[in-house]
Design a protein. Structure first.
Length: 481
């Protein structure tokens, strides 16, 4: 199943690149102890940092930790790391590689184009690129942010669908004839995450180059270029690990794991008591219960002190709070009550609280109410029902909406140029544009603004209506680096 996944994602638009045959060869070869050992060593190396933090893990364990979506993105990167890795050969002093073994064994069955692609993939390394230009449905232009290399035009339709200008992409660029394409393993990094790993890799590469001596090259039987290539192949696991750690830090809204502050599963429970006695007597009784506080006409709430929240530190928990006007303390709301028609309705956010509330009111209200009825709604059901309704369409045509919004943004950004901004060290954009350091900060800020706008409109399927920031670059007299 996982091998099929890498085949689909790695082939992309280039289904004749030989990857499908390589995957079949790997599936067959993995039954051999030698290939299985090399595969395990490469994968352990790729997930080394995660395994050190979490202990001995299988791929299935890692999938559970990352979640299906993140794992499906990292899996092709892992496999391509294995495809390009030079594993120390246990039988001699050389190195073993799965693509070398495949081409030696079955290369005759491949076309020259397929062999060239696989050799280029085998010799490739991952780097981090900035999307500096894009031709929709045709190509993207990438700038390597780790190495000082010329910009590269990647001719691939799929690449233009998944990215927007100024995105930071971790990818492998593969020569295919006279074109450059992306391999199947790629990641979109947040700017902060990308900047951190870029600085780390630049420093590491510089220090490792200094540390390598001619005697070491002779000992390993490698040229300086071969050693440099092997070092760069490590970048894939460092970049991927940074992306994985960043993904793990993002809060995940798992409704089934949401709780209240008592650690009870979040469920919206409603208890209905039919009123049998006098409403006025019921109101008076509720007003006088020591645990209950009035909350408007025919409404009450049950406040309790915030002590020992059992859910503190969990993924997500939900609680409603109120402030007491008398002691100015904040209390959590254990339950709410209101009289509607001929019913007393009590609501809680867990089944456990509903049981406590039901027993409490049965005991204190006596014959004033009849037999209770509890109904429960799970948070997943509520969220699903919200998503099931189509948003109400505006009566204003889309083109007119875009025109109004554009005019508002034009006015806002015209003023913005003369506003002092913390991101520019309390300088205005116009002032910042006059100094070298200020221009660098301003370029980064405008890139972030434009990238956010392009990402938003792409998600909303109105990418062609993204706000055009080009006039601001011209107004400030700056260009992207």
């Amino acid at each position: 199943m996982q091998l099929l996944l890498i085949q689909t994602q790695t082939c992309g638009e280039n289904m004749d690149n030989g990857i499908a045959s390589l995957i079949k060869f790997l599936a067959d070869a993995k039954s051999e102890s030698e290939c299985s050992r090399y595969f395990s060593v490469a994968i352990d190396s790729f997930f080394e940092e995660l395994m050190q933090e979490e202990g001995g893990l299988s791929l299935e364990d890692i999938e559970l930790i990352l979640g299906e979506e993140a794992y499906n993105q990292i899996y092709p990167c892992m496999m391509e790391y294995f495809f390009s890795t030079d594993c120390p050969d246990v039988d001699d002093d050389g190195y073993w590689n799965i693509i070398d073994s495949f081409l030696k064994s079955r290369g005759r069955a491949l076309s020259q184009k397929q062999k060239d692609y696989l050799v280029n993939l085998r010799n490739s390394h991952m780097s981090i690129y900035e999307v500096v230009d894009m031709v929709p449905d045709k190509s993207i232009t990438l700038k390597d942010l780790i190495q000082n290399k010329p910009k590269v035009v990647v001719t691939e339709k799929m690449a233009t669908i998944g990215a927007v200008k100024w995105d930071r992409l971790a990818a492998r660029l593969i020569k295919q004839g006279d074109k450059t394409v992306l391999s199947g393993g790629g990641l979109n990094l947040r700017k902060d995450c990308a900047d951190e790993v870029i600085d780390f890799l630049k420093t590491m590469h510089k220090e490792m180059k200094k540390a390598i001596t001619p005697a070491m090259l002779k000992e390993f039987g490698l040229s300086a270029e071969e050693m440099d290539s092997m070092q760069k192949k490590i970048w894939a696991k460092e970049i991927s690990m940074a992306w994985m750690m960043d993904a793990l830090e993002k809060p995940k809204l798992d409704a089934s794991r949401m709780t209240n502050s008592d650690g009870h599963q979040l469920q919206f429970c409603t208890i209905q008591f039919p009123i049998k006695g006098s409403k006025k007597k019921l109101e008076k009784l509720l007003d006088n219960l020591p645990e209950i506080a009035p909350d408007g006409e025919f409404a009450w709430l049950w406040p309790v002190e915030n002590k020992g929240d059992k859910a503190r530190g969990k993924t997500a928990y939900f609680e409603t709070h109120v402030q007491n006007e008398g002691d100015k303390k904040t209390y959590k709301v254990f339950a709410t009550m209101e009289i509607k028609g001929k019913k007393l309705i009590i609501q809680t956010n867990s089944y456990q609280r509903a049981n406590i509330a039901e027993e409490y009111y049965k005991r204190n209200l006596g014959d004033l109410v009849g037999k209770s009825l509890i109904s429960i709604e799970n948070i997943e059901k509520i969220l699903n029902s919200l998503g099931a309704h189509e948003p109400k369409q505006s009566e204003i045509p889309l083109e007119e909406q875009i025109k109004i919004i554009t005019e508002m943004k034009n006015s806002h950004y015209a003023d913005w140029l003369d506003v002092k901004l913390p991101a520019l060290k309390n300088k205005t954009p116009r002032s910042a544009a006059k100094t070298k350091i200020g221009r660098q900060r301003l370029v980064d800020l405008l890139k972030d603004m434009q990238n956010t706008e392009l990402s938003r409109t792409k998600r909303e399927n109105i990418g062609e209506h993204a706000y055009d920031f080009s006039w601001m670059w011209e107004e400030l007299g700056i260009t992207a680096r």
